[in-house]
Design a protein around this ligand. Structure first.
Ligand code: ADP
Length: 432
């Protein structure tokens, strides 16, 4: 601001200086030329000066000299002490001891040789009083102006950056773990700060969600692990006090073994879910022969073959991870038997349907009530915990869904209580 103000002032001074000079030289030139019209030289060489001739006009002194530069008419101002040689038609500034003068000479010619010099002298104007005033005023105004603009600038900047301070404070509060539910207040209007606020709030929202999910997951997992641990603890205490015969001990050991197996299964599932979540269980996609995979899973597992029917189209290949697809299929078939009726049937089918490859597992079991069908995909959700008490923890379907998503597909369920359920994996053919 200071530089700008200085620049304006200097250009103002320069401009006004050149305007003053310019107008002084104009006045001089006009006055000398108009007076020249009143000068004449007779045949006999005598000088004739008309009435219109003004010896002093508009600050210009008019002088007439002979060809030999002798003063014929007019009076040289006292402060013009320089002896300036004559130069026709050139206005110039001449340094004189006391004052500076603008000088313009014009040659009035009569015949070849005769003539007179008409000279105009004009005192060079002093810097204008207005400019002097302006300068002294600027000495006061500019510092005041700078002070004001500094204060104003500080105020404006502080106001403009207040939202940034809020954002920083909230982000700090969150990073110090004080309050994950804190949000930055949204300001009216739409500018960069509002967008920044929105972006931060969205980030906080996601942070809070994932933090809550982690918390819930840890709580659920420890809860699920506590059950088998307390069963084992109880069984050991009971055995120590009451088991006497080897048969009784064997029974307790078998129970402890079952619970240990359940825990180990649970831990394996939890680990692989976490890896899927974190994306560390590398879903190395490769060409998988889906038809072959379905057949081998059904053959290798000890399923009751008379209750399992396969309807598999030949030659279905997908890009996927064979271990993950195997786990998905095993989970679905296990559930088909687990939630089937006694001697119930399970059908496994794989086919191409338009733009999709569909892998379905259907049973004629207990089915799932409509209102629960959305929830079965959640971790640890069980429609009837009593029914899957020993073998599951409600993690299977959540894993199935994750595997489907990791393959760019999705899961659907179609189920009617007491009639049966059908779970289908849909994979886009582009993935196939
Ligand atoms: P779980 O370990 O309990 O089997 P899942 O995640 O595999 O956990 O399944 C979640 C819940 O969905 C089960 O508790 C069960 O109530 C229901 N469910 C899953 N598959 C079937 C099915 N084929 N028929 C009926 N209910 C099922």
């Amino acid at each position: 601001m200071a530089a700008l103000a200085g620049l304006v002032l200097v250009s103002l001074l320069l401009a006004s200086d050149s305007v003053v000079r310019g107008s002084a030289m104009d006045t001089l030139s006009q006055t000398v030329r108009s007076n020249l019209l009143a000068v004449d030289v007779q045949e006999d060489g005598s000088l004739q000066v008309g009435e219109e001739f003004r010896y002093y006009q508009n600050g210009v002194y008019m002088l007439i000299y002979s060809g030999e530069e002798a003063l014929l008419a007019g009076q040289v101002p006292v402060s013009f002490t320089a002896s300036e040689t004559f130069e026709n038609g050139v206005t110039r500034l001449v340094d004189s001891e006391q004052d500076d003068y603008y000088v313009l000479d014009l040659w009035y010619a009569k015949g070849w040789e005769d003539g007179v010099w008409v000279r105009g002298l004009m005192e060079a104007p002093e810097p204008d009083q207005t400019i002097q005033n302006l300068l002294s005023l600027a000495g006061v105004v500019i510092p005041a102006f700078m002070l004001l603009s500094a204060l104003g600038g500080y105020w404006i900047a502080k106001r403009a950056f207040r939202p940034l301070e809020e954002i920083t404070a909230t982000a700090q509060a969150i990073s110090e773990g004080a309050d994950l539910s804190a949000r930055i207040q949204r300001r009216r209007g739409s500018n960069e700060f509002t967008r920044l606020t929105d972006a931060f709030n969205q980030m906080f929202e996601r942070l809070e969600c994932s933090f809550e999910a982690e918390k819930r997951f840890t709580a659920d997992a420890s809860h699920e692990l506590r059950t088998p641990v307390s069963v084992i603890k109880g069984a050991c205490e009971y055995a120590e006090k009451f088991d006497e015969t080897p048969e009784e001990r064997a029974e307790t050991i078998a129970m402890i073994h079952r619970q240990a197996l359940r825990m180990s299964g649970l831990i394996t599932q939890l680990l692989s879910m976490t890896r899927l979540d974190q994306g560390t269980e590398g879903v190395a996609l490769e060409e998988v022969d889906l038809s072959g995979l379905v057949r081998s899973v059904c053959a290798e597992q000890a399923y009751p073959t008379h209750r399992l029917t396969l309807e598999v189209e030949e030659g279905l290949t997908v890009r996927g991870s064979a271990p993950l697809l195997t786990r998905l299929l095993q989970n679905l078939i296990d559930n088909g038997f687990k939630y089937g009726r006694e001697e119930g049937q399970v059908w496994v089918s794989a086919r191409r349907e338009g733009e999709e490859i569909q892998l379905s597992v259907r049973d004629n079991g207990i089915g799932i009530p409509k209102e629960q069908q959305d929830k079965i995909w959640q971790r640890f959700y069980q429609v009837d915990p009593a029914r899957s008490h020993d073998t599951g923890a409600g993690l299977g379907l959540s894993m199935v869904q994750k595997i489907a998503q990791a393959h760019g597909g999705y899961m659907t369920v179609d189920s009617v209580p007491n009639l049966g359920s059908q779970f289908t994996l849909h994979l886009p053919v582009s993935q196939a």
